[in-house]
Ligand binder design. Structure first.
Ligand SMILES: [Zn+2]
Length: 274
């Protein structure tokens, strides 16, 4: 994506314009063509060094004719990665500003630091920079199958690879071992880095790794994970939507298993993001 863009949000929704020909439904997220005053005054407006802007509007603001508000989380599968990344940056900054209106140290209303993207408290001087919460995704492989699990909170019924937030004092590898042990009671050996994806709900950075099963039988914790199993390319349950890193890692793992036939081999490495 090049040039400057304007992304408009209303809570977790983004303003989009539907388009496309011959039955292809495409989405345009860039509101640069929209009159600046079409939505009224934004509650937050940020500009980036490349001239792009992120705007946040209050709950009651209606979409102008020809545009609509759609849940941002649901549009990822319909977008080229470059456009997703631009919009993900925009909403991540909006989320950060919304959650740092007041100083976390003394509670005074925050100001803005003049020379960089940071909040600065006028009372005590505390600085708040945009925050990222790293979370790992682990493609755990056992022979020609991978570990998929259904999260207890997942209402859509999809199964995915295991994920978890990195804790303070923990490496990515340590996080993978702990998360898999806690959630399904098996021991794994973390392997190669496979790719990453910003996931601004509100501030995650997903980091994908391969891992190999070492020992133990699957025993879902029953709290976070409702069901878990080992699956191959031809016999797996519903998996996450296209566009998500978890889907990309699962597809690549299954492709690698299919390419290897009955032979066992590592998950391919050539799937990292741009
Ligand atoms: Zn303060």
């Amino acid at each position: 994506m090049s040039g400057s863009h304007r992304f408009c949000f209303r809570g977790g929704e983004i303003l989009v314009r539907r388009g496309g020909a011959a039955g292809h439904d495409t989405l345009a997220l860039d509101s640069a063509g929209l009159r600046l005053d079409a939505l009224g005054e934004p509650a937050e407006r940020l500009t980036f060094a490349d001239g792009s802007a992120a705007e946040a509007y209050p709950a009651g603001v209606d979409a102008p004719a020809g545009w609509e508000w759609l849940p941002f989380r649901g549009v990822i599968g319909a977008l080229p990665e470059a456009e997703w990344l631009g919009a993900a940056r925009a909403i991540a900054f909006v989320n950060w500003r919304t959650s740092t209106r007041f100083c976390g140290r003394c509670g005074a209303p925050n100001g803005d630091k003049a020379d960089e993207q940071a909040r600065q408290c006028p009372a005590c001087g505390a600085l708040s920079f945009p925050r990222l919460s790293p979370a790992v995704l682990a493609v755990v492989r056992k022979g020609d199958r991978i570990l998929l699990a259904r999260n207890a909170a997942n209402k859509a019924g999809t199964w995915s690879i295991l994920a978890g937030f990195v804790e303070p004092g923990e490496t990515f590898e340590g996080c993978i071992r702990r998360e898999v042990r806690e959630e399904v009671s098996v021991e794994v050996e973390p392997g190669d880095y496979l790719g990453s994806q910003p996931w601004p709900f509100p501030d995650q950075l997903m980091v994908g790794f391969a891992a190999e099963w070492k020992s133990g039988e699957l025993a879902p914790d029953g709290v976070e994970i409702a069901e878990a199993g080992w699956f191959g390319p031809d016999d797996h349950p519903p998996i996450p939507m296209h566009g998500s890193l978890s889907r990309r890692l699962i597809d690549a793992a299954f492709s690698g298993i299919e390419a290897a036939g009955t032979r066992q081999g590592p998950v391919p490495k050539n799937i990292r993001s741009t």
